[in-house]
Ligand binder design. Structure first.
Ligand code: 3HC
Length: 691
């Protein structure tokens, strides 16, 4: 079948795009569409044209894979749109699924747009660090008005077809068969003359709108390039002739597309989709249905995990050892939901519906029917082993037995059961009802089916699941421990905690290392350091941060940690902490020196990169891209920096190695090798067929 199929329906020519899975505007599509327009132009019997997507969607946008091709090899979307806009016969875009980016731009250059009720229309380019580059910035404001166009282009979120109709973006909603409806519409409008062209309309707006938008993006898109360009172009749609805005858009699109930010965001777009693919697992790998869940532990973690299931409509039985703890856990869940309802993001009925799916119990036997059981008690191997021994006796055959451990050996836990193939780690991140990341820890004997079911479950409960191997801290926390070590060293050498945090904030991380430790609770890191020292037979740790914890300053929860926290919860440096750090340096004979922001940034980020490279080499992470996805969804690393590994690629691995060595550190063997060979982490993923 041709990539663009031409079919005559009497006097209407229907052009159907067949470019699965999402009908992106890939090479071949413009050629096929031009051929269709040639046919329509050359045939007097054709009075109007319908453009429709075959399969599940209308055009989902430009083909992101072609962004890095030289201009002459990239599909010419703008050229096609120019012709479409000037086409002498009526054209109708028939939209189902999603009309996104270049897809909506094609639709906007048609004379009319019809859509199914459940279709969605949007310009998500900002999410890829670019801007609508084929007329979207000039046409959308002329149709829906500047404020709505700005909202759509700056959020990147689509609108539903029903809203699009109210906005005038869709001319008609089609109830039955879209193709039939579109053909009827095209026939009914075949005689419309002059043809209504969006490019010939004008747009008005209060100049205040642009000033407000520029203020707004300072908060919502701090440090990002493309949102500002989008506002500039929307302003041109009002103040300049169409042609001038259209040409400026092409220039600014190229500028945005060639920026490191867009490269970073595109890398993440694909990395996120790759993360769900596991070598060895296929569509045929059997999965089991999850219709009920059991959760052991109603503390912060257990409660948060339960909420994910309740939100997805999956009944949960939650187990505690004492009635008081169970009641407290339930009260916290209810309060969380009620707060959401107060903010208007959920109805009171929604709250009750969720709570009705939750069964509290003190009896672990009540988990006998659960399809999945997740243990979320405190980190103690003996306690976990005891729970899994009991679960082995209670759980039905085939049930998934998961542990939410963040540090312990999942193989060792699995070994106490007679069914290690059913055991897996599901590491949620706190607050578990909010954070999107789920590390799926594949133990030695975890079956493919349990792994595939867990991946599908992650999607269903709206998490981004990334498969990792067993090691202390898995991927995310193992790297964050190294980062924490480096941060403490920086302060030891002379930096102020607030300077280290500021360096990470400047990179776009909402929290630097110390702001993050204060939020997580300093006692947690303290306990981990104590534990690790014991395991390694080292003396008890006595760093400056340990001493701060020993002063009773445990972080935000005690109102005081590395920083002080008042009502506004903003961190403020504390004089006692500063004095303690100075005394500590003096005691250790350290002559403090000034560390500039470049050193702070490099040493912090490269500590992540270096450990990430080691993790990759050991096969604990399958791909560098997986590590980036983990850091974005679990630790707030800005997507437009491409995650730590993507960032290192952008800097150049040679430069990363040189910097590490310059700071007297040893680059991981894999990092060093790739740097010597002039390679990147992304290239390494591709070479191994992992991406
Ligand atoms: N280009 C190339 N590949 C694309 C693509 C695109 N625009 N959109 C999706 N794909 C690929 C995905 O990589 C994935 O490939 P894989 O199966 O090999 O992993 C496959 O299509 C299916 O995608 P999803 O897994 O995301 O499928 P979903 O059904 O969950 O979502 C979607 C479908 C809503 C269309 C989602 O893929 C999406 O949001 N795509 C991006 C849309 C977009 O950003 N469009 C704008 C592009 S930029 C542009 O148009 C510039 C212009 O203004 C000049």
């Amino acid at each position: 079948m041709s990539i663009v199929e031409q079919t005559r329906e009497g006097d209407v020519l229907v052009l159907t795009i067949h470019n699965p899975p999402v009908n992106a505007f890939s090479p071949g599509v413009p050629e096929g569409l031009h051929a269709g327009l040639d046919a329509a132009e050359g045939d007097e019997g054709v009075r109007s044209v319908v453009i429709i997507g075959g399969g599940r969607t209308f055009i989902a946008g430009a083909d992101i894979k072609t962004f890095d091709l030289p201009r002459e090899q990239a599909p010419d979307l703008r050229g096609f749109i120019t012709r479409l806009d000037a086409f002498p016969k009526p054209t109708v875009a028939a939209i189902h699924g999603t009309a996104l980016g270049g897809g909506l731009e094609v639709a906007l250059a048609c004379t009319y747009r019809v859509a199914t009720k459940d279709a969605q229309l949007g310009l998500p380019e900002v999410k890829l660090g670019v801007l609508p580059g084929a007329g979207g910035t000039q046409r959308l404001p002329r149709v829906v008005g500047v404020p709505k166009a700005l909202e759509m282009m700056l959020s990147g979120n689509p609108v539903k077809a029903t809203e699009a109709q109210q906005l005038g973006l869709v001319d008609e909603l089609v109830e039955g068969d879209l193709r039939e409806g579109a053909v009827a519409f095209a026939r009914a409008h075949a005689d419309a003359r002059p043809l209504p062209r969006i490019s010939e309309r004008s747009a008005q707006a209060d100049p205040q709108v642009f000033a407000a938008a520029r203020e707004g993006i300072k908060k919502t898109h701090r440090g990002q390039l493309s949102p500002g360009l989008i506002v500039d172009l929307a302003e041109m749609a009002v103040t300049r002739p169409f042609q001038e805005g259209w040409e400026a858009e092409a220039r600014l699109f190229m500028q945005a597309k060639d920026s490191p930010q867009s490269r970073g965001l595109r890398h993440i777009f694909f990395a996120e989709r790759e993360a769900g693919k596991i070598p060895g697992l296929t569509r045929d790998t059997p999965t089991t249905e999850i219709n009920s869940a059991g959760i052991i532990g109603a503390g912060t973690m257990g409660g948060g995990i339960a909420m994910n299931f309740l939100n997805a409509g999956i009944p949960v039985t939650i187990v505690e050892t004492a009635q008081g703890a169970l009641d407290r856990g339930l009260a916290v869940i209810r309060k969380n939901y009620e707060n959401t309802a107060k903010k208007g993001r959920m109805t009171v009925e929604d709250v009750e519906k969720r709570m009705a799916l939750l069964t509290p119990t003190l009896n672990m036997e009540d988990l006998a029917d659960a399809d999945i059981i997740i243990e979320a008690v405190f980190e103690n191997m003996d306690v976990k082993k005891d729970i899994f021994t009991r679960l082995d006796a209670i759980a039905k055959p085939g049930a998934i037995l998961a542990t939410n451990t963040s540090t312990l050996d999942v193989n060792e836990i699995a070994a106490v059961t007679g069914r290690p193939e059913s055991v897996i780690g599901l590491h949620f991140f706190s607050p578990a009802n909010v954070m999107r990341l789920l590390e799926i820890v594949r133990a030695e004997k975890t079956s493919d089916s349990v792994l595939a079911t867990s991946l599908a479950l992650a999607k269903r409960i709206k998490k981004v699941g990334v498969v990792v191997g067993v090691c202390d801290g898995f991927v995310g926390n193992r790297m964050i421990h190294r980062y924490g070590d480096e941060a403490r060293k920086l302060v030891e050498e002379g930096a102020k905690p607030e300077d280290a945090d500021a360096a990470m904030n400047a990179l776009g991380l909402p929290m630097g290392p110390f702001q993050m430790s204060d939020m997580a609770g300093l006692d947690i890191g303290y306990a981990i350091r104590q534990h690790q020292a014991k395991v390694r037979g080292e003396p008890e740790p006595d760093g400056w941060l340990d001493r701060i914890v020993e002063m009773g300053r445990k972080g935000q929860k005690t109102g005081a940690g590395i920083y002080d926290y008042g009502e506004d919860r903003r961190p403020k440096p504390n004089a006692d902490v500063q004095a303690l750090i100075e005394a500590y340096r003096a005691e250790k004979g350290v002559q403090p020196r000034a560390l500039n922001p470049q050193e702070l940034t490099e040493r912090l980020v490269y500590s992540l990169v270096n450990e990430g490279a080691q993790i990759l080499d050991e096969g604990i992470a399958q791909r560098a891209g997986d590590i980036d996805v983990i850091y974005i969804y679990g630790y707030g690393f800005p997507p437009y920096r491409g995650g730590p590994m993507g960032y290192a690629d952008e800097v150049g691995l040679k430069n990363v190695v040189a910097a590490l060595e310059g700071y007297g550190q040893t680059p991981a063997p894999l990092l060093k090798r790739l740097a010597q060979e002039g390679k990147t982490f992304a290239g390494y993923d591709r070479e191994r067929g992992q991406s």
